[in-house]
Design a protein around this ligand. Structure first.
Ligand SMILES: CC1=C(CCC(=O)O)c2cc3nc(cc4[nH]c(cc5[nH]c(cc1n2)c(C)c5CCC(=O)O)c(CCC(=O)O)c4C)C(CCC(=O)O)=C3C
Ligand SMILES: [Fe+2]
Length: 359
């Protein structure tokens, strides 16, 4: 936006990042895991997932496609604001993007991250990425505020319903069917701080947000697929790292498949609610590893795609971005979903960028 009335000079779209070349893999993994106590065996194993596919993660290309799809939709809504990609763990790094924007005189920035739920890794750490980048700018004053997570976004719900219904239609002849909604596991200590209520009502908004989403998605998808009974579902976790003695959210998707097989389930539908695009954690952990687990037990898997390219999701996200970018006539205030110590990692003390919330 160029007119003086505009609130922001650009929208910074924050991605996790990923390697795009074999030479980038080790540096990427070192950045992700610096100071996090990830065992070397786990790191070697995860490195293998990237090298097997030529040392490239699809995540950056997927985020570029999402950015283009959103930019088109913002333009169609008459919101003339640039969407600029910036990553935590691979170029273009957040600090470099903010420095570039500052050099261009674009110093009032709105940020949104490609992560829908509240937790340290999926929300606050992105605010830290921004906070540290701002601190490094020395000289220029940049104002950046991050949008809160969007677990209730109508298009997130609708896209998950539509994609799950399509898979359920194809499985309607199955005898015993179970839906496993999967999301990234977290150390239980970080799950406990997820959300603004951390320390007061026990936190773990991360799990609660995703459970609430799946609760809405499964019955409606079953109805649209014409199933006579609503299939059972469980929220399960994937991609655990960290040392074995540190507790993380469970059950792991592979263990859940084992339990299901033991209980006579013949078909498992895997719904990756925790992620927006089919990046390496989705494709390796679900399409390779979990699928192998299931095959070994005689269980058939049916994987639902992630929502990142679904028009209902993109339309709805564009509406949300447009509302924030124009502020829909309201003054920016402190974030309701992101306030104080919400999503804090008690082991880490870093500057954080502010968060905004539409009242
Ligand atoms: C909540 C969450 C999301 C979802 C929200 C969001 O998207 O932001 C997410 C996304 C992603 N995680 C990714 C990759 C990795 N995550 C790791 C490690 C970790 N993730 C964690 C959490 C999350 N991660 C945590 C608590 C750790 C332990 C270390 C730490 O405390 O930070 C490691 C280290 C090796 C290992 O797996 O042990 C890798 C390589 C990729 C890129 C995939 C690609 O390249 O295509 C993506 C999108
Ligand atoms: Fe991760």
């Amino acid at each position: 936006m160029t007119d003086d009335a505009a609130l922001y000079d650009a929208v910074v779209m924050l991605g996790f990042g990923g390697p795009e070349h074999p030479d980038d893999v080790l540096g990427f993994l070192e950045r992700v895991t610096a100071g996090r106590g990830i065992p070397p065996e786990r790191l070697a194993e995860v490195g293998r997932h990237y090298f097997i596919r030529g040392g490239t993660s699809p995540i950056n290309a997927q985020n570029r496609a999402m950015r283009d799809a959103l930019a088109e939709r913002l333009a169609a809504r008459g919101v003339g604001i640039d969407l600029v990609l910036a990553n935590r763990n691979s170029p273009p790094f957040v600090a470099d993007v903010l420095a570039d924007l500052a050099r261009q005189g674009r110093t009032r920035l709105l940020a949104w991250a490609t992560a829908a739920y509240s937790s340290y890794s999926s929300c606050r750490q992105y605010r830290e990425d921004l906070g540290m980048a701002v601190e490094q700018l020395d000289g220029t004053h940049v104002d950046v505020v991050k949008m809160p997570p969007f677990p209730d976004l109508p298009g997130l719900v609708e896209a998950n319903i539509d994609l799950l219904a399509e898979v359920l239609r194809q499985t309607s002849g199955s005898r015993e069917l179970l839906v496993l909604a999967t999301t990234h596991s977290l150390p239980t200590a970080l799950a406990a701080t997820a959300g603004p209520e951390a320390g007061r009502s026990g936190g773990d908004l991360y799990t609660a947000q995703q459970r609430a989403l799946v609760e809405r998605v499964v019955p409606e998808a079953a109805a649209r697929a014409g199933l006579a009974v609503v299939p059972e579902w469980r929220l399960v976790y994937q991609s655990r790292s960290g040392a074995p003695h540190v507790p993380w959210l469970e059950p792991d998707v592979n263990d859940a498949i084992g339990e299901a097989a033991g209980a006579g389930v013949t078909d498992v539908v895997i719904l990756p609610v925790g992620f927006l695009t089919d990046h390496v954690e989705v494709s390796w952990d679900l399409d390779t590893q979990a699928r192998q687990t299931a095959e070994g037990l005689g269980v058939t898997t049916h994987r639902v795609p992630t929502v990142g390219a679904h028009p209902a999701f993109l339309d709805s996200l564009a509406d949300l971005l447009a509302a924030y970018a124009t502020n829909a006539g309201r003054a920016p205030g402190p974030g309701e979903l992101c306030r104080g110590d919400c999503c804090l990692n008690p082991r880490i003390q870093r500057p954080v960028a502010d968060a905004v919330h539409l009242p």
